[in-house]
Design a protein around this ligand. Structure first.
Ligand SMILES: [Zn+2]
Length: 219
């Protein structure tokens, strides 16, 4: 049974549970609410609370490991790199280390990531174009934080810069997904059948993106 870390009594009618941004279970209850009723509410929501606590723990670990700071980790094409502050005029990669100036580390990192993203995404898009026969009119990298990629009616494909942090098989899935929109500008059964031809395990990769949305907030 999960216990409350904090009980807040107010002039309310129902018992409400939540997990705050420090991972504490908060109970909000009416002034005259019995301890028994609170215990029951905690028991009823045990599964939900466990899920919230697990989510909190995952995001705490991510914040502890990742981030643009001296010694912080940052992913690139699915591999973790260590960021180290150093007086460099632009981001420099050496082995598994990315050197960044303390003055504008984020700006330097984004510039580097944008360059790598455009090269890599363009090359992979050309590869999958030759496999599928779907050829875009242009490939761009944007700062979109709401989606990983998009394809316009004019066949212009845009990829989110943040996609460059994802593993290679996930990037491939997004590329194939956008290319298939050239034929099917929707998410119909026919569209998914088309994706499946090139990426048979697309469901697993799609789920990965859903479960790892935090990547968009790392830089
Ligand atoms: Zn789509």
């Amino acid at each position: 049974m999960i216990n409350a870390d904090k009980n807040i009594r107010t002039k309310r009618k129902t018992v409400a549970l939540s997990v705050d941004n420090e991972g504490r279970v908060i109970v909000r209850a009416p002034l005259d609410c019995s301890e028994k009723r609170i215990r029951e509410a905690l028991l009823d929501s045990e599964k939900w609370l466990e899920k919230q606590l697990k989510k909190y723990e995952e995001s705490r670990l991510i914040r502890e490991i990742y981030g643009i700071r001296n010694g912080g980790k940052i992913p690139l094409l699915g591999e973790d790199f260590e960021t180290v502050f150093s007086p460099v005029s632009s981001a420099k990669v050496e082995g598994r280390t990315i050197f960044l100036s303390e003055k504008n580390p984020e700006e330097q990192l984004k510039k580097l990531y944008r360059k790598i993203a455009l090269n890599y995404f363009t090359e992979r898009t050309e590869y999958f174009s030759s496999l599928t026969g779907f050829v875009p009119s242009s490939v761009k990298v944007t700062s979109a934080k709401t989606r990983w990629g998009s394809c316009t009616s004019k066949r212009n494909i845009n990829y989110s810069l943040f996609l460059v942090m994802c593993p290679l098989d996930i990037i491939d899935y997004v590329i194939v997904h956008e290319l298939c929109h050239i034929k099917h500008p929707d998410h119909s059964r026919l569209f998914w059948n088309e994706v499946e031809k090139t990426v048979p395990d697309y469901k697993r990769r799609r789920k990965w993106l859903k479960d790892n949305r935090y990547i968009m907030d790392l830089i």
